[in-house]
Design a protein around this ligand. Structure first.
Ligand code: 5GP
Ligand code: MN
Length: 334
């Protein structure tokens, strides 16, 4: 980590700290934020967590999740906390533009930022930086960070479970972005008392009925396969959102089903939001969807998982995407 020693010394005195993570928070965002919050509180710091938008229900079992300040609805309160903060953690995102208005306020505040993240191409906005794109998740890095700050205390099992949550969700239950180091970290988490089966159950086997019906609908009615270019696309309209009462987080993971097909190398989940069309892209092997997201859809991400947005309608976005993919992948990659 850049400037780790300085940060370690800084944290020897109790501080006012704000932890932030990205919009549409996933398990890695919520897990890393709450794990770090509990750890820092145990070291007598005053700690708040703020996320730009609300998190999905399947992370509400984590202690402290009820106190997360959602920036969209608590602007004044969080701005005050920013004004008063000694340090701001930026977890699981690589540029202040990923947290919208809160990012603008943080940039203006001049409060030092500590970034811990695993996305490619980190922007230059942090005084302290732990950026490792080879890591499976920010939670994997949070484990390293906590262990480096405090080499002797045993890890609190609760903190371990929140770290394990982010690892599980960002690796699709240890299916991708895995490494020997990650499995060693997972082993150490389990040795610290993490109940892996319990976390798996809470995160993945706690769906309300409507989510499974929505998944069935997406696969049966909304899936298009383009075999020539090995692409699968699922689209959802505004009306689908109303009909299925889709809330934040309800569509999480649907895009991954497309990759179960032998003949699909690139998967796209394209949804009509109130103001924009959101794209979630996934891929296998050498197909780099972050290039598509950053070059054409004002987004970014990792080689095999990226996202972006479009401001033309749903149909025209899907057509644009098909055209781009056809040009780019008319010759198959590995
Ligand atoms: P998801 O498809 O789950 O929304 O996002 C997958 C990954 O793509 C995220 O972890 C993030 O790295 C990246 N991503 C998604 N949306 C955006 C976006 O609008 N901008 C950028 N820069 N990255 C995004
Ligand atoms: Mn992540």
């Amino acid at each position: 980590m850049k400037n780790f020693k300085k940060l370690q010394t800084f944290l020897e005195t109790p501080r006012d700290i704000l932890i932030t993570s990205h919009r549409n928070p996933d398990g890695d965002a919520v897990g890393s934020s709450l794990a770090l919050m509990h750890f820092l509180k145990s070291k007598f710091h005053t700690v708040y967590v703020s996320l730009p938008s609300d998190y999905p229900d399947n992370f509400a079992w984590m202690e402290g999740s009820e106190d997360i300040l959602i920036y969209d609805s608590k602007v004044k309160r969080v701005n005050k906390i920013i004004d008063n903060a000694d340090l701001i953690f930026a977890l699981d995102y690589n540029g202040l533009d990923r947290i919208d208005k809160m990012g603008e306020y943080i940039a203006k505040s001049g409060v030092p930022v500590a970034m811990i993240d695993h996305h490619l191409d980190p922007k230059d906005f942090s005084e302290y930086t732990l950026s490792d794109p080879t890591a499976s998740s920010t939670c994997e890095l949070i484990y390293d960070f906590i262990k480096k700050l405090d080499k002797t205390s045993p890890l609190d099992a609760k903190v371990g479970e929140y770290i394990y949550t982010g690892i599980l969700t960002d690796t699709g239950s240890f299916r991708h972005a895995i490494s020997a180091k990650l499995f060693r970290t997972a082993a150490k988490l389990i040795e610290s008392g993490v109940d892996a089966a319990k976390v798996q159950m809470l995160v993945f086997n706690s769906l309300p009925e409507k989510n499974l019906r929505l998944l069935g609908y997406c696969l049966n009615k909304r899936m298009e396969i383009l075999p020539d270019i090995k692409v699968g696309i699922i689209t959802l309209t505004k009306k689908d959102y109303e009909d299925f009462d889709i809330q934040r987080g309800d569509t999480e993971g649907i895009v991954n089903y497309l990759l179960m097909l032998k003949n699909v190398k690139v998967a796209a989940f394209v949804t009509e939001q109130p103001k924009i069309v959101k794209l979630s892209l996934r891929s296998k092997g050498d197909y780099a969807v972050n290039e598509i997201a950053s070059e054409h859809f004002k987004g970014g991400g990792h080689k095999n998982a990226a996202g972006g947005a479009s401001f033309s309608g749903l149909k025209s976005t899907v057509n644009k995407l098909k055209k781009i993919l056809t040009e780019k992948y008319s010759t198959p990659l590995n």
